[in-house]
Design a protein around this ligand. Structure first.
Ligand code: FES
Ligand code: MG
Length: 569
């Protein structure tokens, strides 16, 4: 087998001399004949959920060396969900592009991808798909659960809950602040079934993580054992020429959708899986999520839909035990990075706690997938997570209260004179990929203070943005096309009746057709859309696709492979 890196290192010419000479700093004499394994590491002090990946990388290195490869740590763009403004999603495609290009540009034969916090695994998957080098993901794992006054806290979910309690006057601001250190108890990513947990588990179902590893808590010694094994595996992947394009098929994605539904996973997984499929050229559409996932029962009783947290899921048997309950729904042909089908890895997987991983006969929810809605408000689709919605709002008609931007929303939502009641539908626009830009997690708008004080805890909300995977509520999101792309959301006015029927997969606005056809977007709405003049934001707004196809950039669809034709010297 000729290694890709041989194009840099082999021969007696001047260029090979340059490539080798500068790399001779402590590597073995035969290093340049061995597989070169990059460790794409998203560790960063500014991505606290991934900070410990440096330690994980050290263990991957040992595994690579042991299997005869040369480990090469490659720090890549890292996105800290809690800190990065205006939203980490704005940079997902940039991180994916930078990682793809650096893997291609360097003498690398294979790669171990280290991610955790929400956007990091998606960006690594997109990069790996487009450069199509042998690759395996090691998810950094969730943090272990902290407790506040004897009650376990779910990252994210309980921030939303406790902050609403402060607004409702049932929790003091001091006690709210006191819960902070209990919320984040250890290294690792959010411990709820938010986007990070969802993407780690879904990536395993897709086949890109060694089965059984995803969901291992970050401080758990077994994560390091798995990291070591994944380093070894990366060297074997190069020998087997097992690249993402050789085993990620439509069947793999459909298995991932089954897993997404069964874990009650984040709606963000929809845009991420669509984007990864787009890089591979796998035909996957928004409707596949509804068709394949809608009737899958939710078996993981985890927050935000249920009660428990990620370390409970791991203790209860983890993803494989959960998927073993649904084996008949999985495509047996879909392979994993191990070279074996996903379903083979389910043999012997056992559920140890039936409260956390429910039996199929007693699911947390009988049908838990993501519902894809269409109608006059969302011709290209919108998504809603029925598992996170209130049963009394699954079918609802109400008057719209429209906000043109998140600033407009914050300025008016707690105004005692705002004409809003529990039946109103809160509409927020200008929050799609182009409009914000970056499609932030603002769709789960806080409820008006005066209604919270009356005991209202959920209302129908409609938005072209996303919501945090840790959030809950009857929220119709990812409305496509977005208002800034000329979608009909831009035409809705306060007072219009919105008609939602999740069972029928419909979201309509009840305005006579001739009146609707004559409408033009409000000036205030258009004025609030992003209009960046330069830099990444400009490139992003000029090229980003809509949520229904994964919000990738138009010129990043597909794969360029790993070939580089030209020399640098
Ligand atoms: Fe990093 Fe939740 S903020 S995973
Ligand atoms: Mg998030």
């Amino acid at each position: 087998m000729t290694l890709r890196s041989a194009q840099w290192y082999q021969g007696s010419g001047r260029d090979a001399y340059i490539h080798r000479a500068w790399m001779r700093r402590g590597v073995p004499e035969d290093a340049f004949d061995r597989p070169q394994i990059a460790i794409a590491n998203t560790a960063s002090d500014l991505t606290p959920c991934n900070k410990h990946l440096t330690e994980v990388a050290a263990t991957v290195r040992n595994g690579v060396y042991e299997a005869g490869g040369i480990p090469l740590e490659l720090p890549v763009v890292s996105l800290g969900e809690t800190l990065v403004r205006p939203t980490a999603m704005l940079w997902r495609n940039m991180a994916a592009m930078a990682t793809e290009e650096m893997l291609r540009a360097n003498p690398v034969d294979g790669v171990v991808l280290l991610g955790g916090c929400d956007k990091t695994i998606p960006s690594l998957l997109m990069a790996a798909a487009s450069v199509d080098l042998p690759a395996v993901v090691v998810p950094g794992g969730p943090m272990v659960t902290g407790t506040f006054r004897g009650v376990p806290l779910g990252c994210g979910t309980d921030v939303w809950r406790l902050s609403e309690e402060v607004r409702a006057g049932t929790l003091s601001a001091d006690d709210f602040t006191r819960s902070e250190s209990a919320m984040i108890r250890s290294k690792g990513h959010c411990n709820t079934m938010g986007t990070a947990s969802t993407m780690a588990l879904v990536t395993e179902a897709l086949g890109m993580v060694v089965p059984g590893v995803a969901g291992t808590p970050a401080p758990d010694a077994r994560l390091l054992t798995a990291a070591h094994a994944s380093g070894r595996l990366a060297v074997e992947l190069v020998a087997a020429d097992r690249r993402p394009s050789t085993f990620l098929t439509r069947a793999s994605f459909l298995n991932a959708i089954v897993a997404l539904a069964a874990i009650g996973g984040s709606t963000n997984a929809v845009v991420h899986l669509l984007a990864v499929a787009g890089r591979l050229g796998v035909q996957l559409g928004l409707d596949d999520f509804d068709r394949v996932g809608a009737d899958v029962p939710v078996l993981a009783d985890l927050q935000p839909s249920g009660r428990f947290l990620m370390d409970d899921l791991h203790r209860a048997g983890g993803l494989l035990a959960l998927l073993a309950e649904l084996r008949d729904l999985l495509d047996p042909t879909a392979l994993t990075v191990t070279g074996r089908p996903l379903v083979e890895h389910l043999d012997g997987a056992t559920v140890w706690d039936r409260e956390v991983i429910r039996p199929r006969s007693e699911p947390l929810l009988a049908a838990g997938g993501i519902a894809v809605l269409r109608g006059t408000l969302a011709p290209d689709g919108a998504v809603v997570k029925p598992a996170a919605a209130s049963p009394h709002l699954l079918r609802h008609r109400g008057r719209a209260v429209v906000f043109d931007s998140i600033e407009d929303f914050h300025a008016r939502i707690d105004d005692p004179d705002l004409d809003v009641d529990a039946d109103s539908v809160l509409v927020l626009r200008g929050c799609g990929p182009m409009g914000y830009p970056g499609m932030p997690e603002v769709s789960n708008m806080p409820l008006p203070k005066k209604l919270l004080e009356q005991g209202v805890r959920d209302m129908v909300r409609v938005c072209d943005g996303r919501m945090s995977g840790t959030a809950y509520g009857t929220v119709v999101l990812h409305v496509a096309p977005e208002a800034a792309a000329g979608g009909p959301l831009a035409l809705v006015r306060t007072g219009d009746v919105i008609d939602l029927d999740i069972a029928e997969r419909r979201i309509d606005v009840d305005v006579p057709a001739d009146e609707w056809a004559a409408r033009t977007p409000d000036e205030a709405s258009v004025a609030a859309y992003a209009a960046p003049r330069r830099g990444w934001e400009r490139l992003y707004v000029d090229h980003v696709l809509q949520a229904d196809t994964g919000a990738d950039l138009d010129f990043l669809l597909g794969s360029s492979g790993s070939q580089v034709s030209r020399e640098s010297h």
